[in-house]
Write a new protein. Sequence first.
Length: 280
Amino acid sequence: METPQSPDRGPAQQAAPSTVPPPAAGPSPSTADRLLAGRTALVTGAASGIGRACAQALAAAGAHVHVVDKAADAAKSLAETIGGTAWVVDLSVPDTVDTLPADVDIVVNNAGLQHVAPVHEFPPDRFALIQRVMVEAPFRILRRTLPGMYERGWGRVVNISSVHGLRASPYKSAYVTAKHALEGLSKVVALEAAEHGVTSNCVSPGYVRTPLVENQIADQARTHGISEEEVVGRVMLERSAIKRLIEPDDVAEAVLWLCGPRTGHITGTSLSMDGGWTAN
């Protein structure tokens, strides 16, 4: 997850352009687990939580993963573990986005941050920061990476949205605004990119068991004088039919599926993983 820190640019290296064609239909068992062999992926906010799980899943499927985060040590450690490349970048600084590699086959826009306050008390600079990280940075990344995907005739864009890209909650004006904007950007890219063999979709989970969410659980338990289990069931998941947190690996599996060989006709959609929240 993105947190405000000083920008620190990543290495000057990048993976060689990927020219491998889409995996053939009906891969053999020996190749099925490496369905992204020869592909290159870029994942933002990849040092922890959902982003980390996505980077690990894509790497396990054979992709070379560019691990993008501002948490330098965590990003470098993960990149070393999965055989990827770490890029230590603050996505709230527009010019630094242009230092990221453009020649990739898969983009997972995941980086985000949260701030909770009523609209009339919401700090304007914080609102603007959230839009830069969660809307402008994805736009800038796609503006640079789509031409290469078009040239190769294949690409996958997966935007990690949220149930808050489909519904609203009080006190989260910046986050809800950004996620709704990301959903719109994803649909526009889907329409523009379809003729080039590129798909664009959102994955929209409810509350996921990430360090950010777990800290919120502990804080709310102390504030309200209730157990952490009650915070999850009665506060966070009040509108969900399934009363348990989503695991990052579950979100990563959905992302991996959208990048696979059987999803070429799935584009411009939002895959809800909200435990029935949006069924209400």
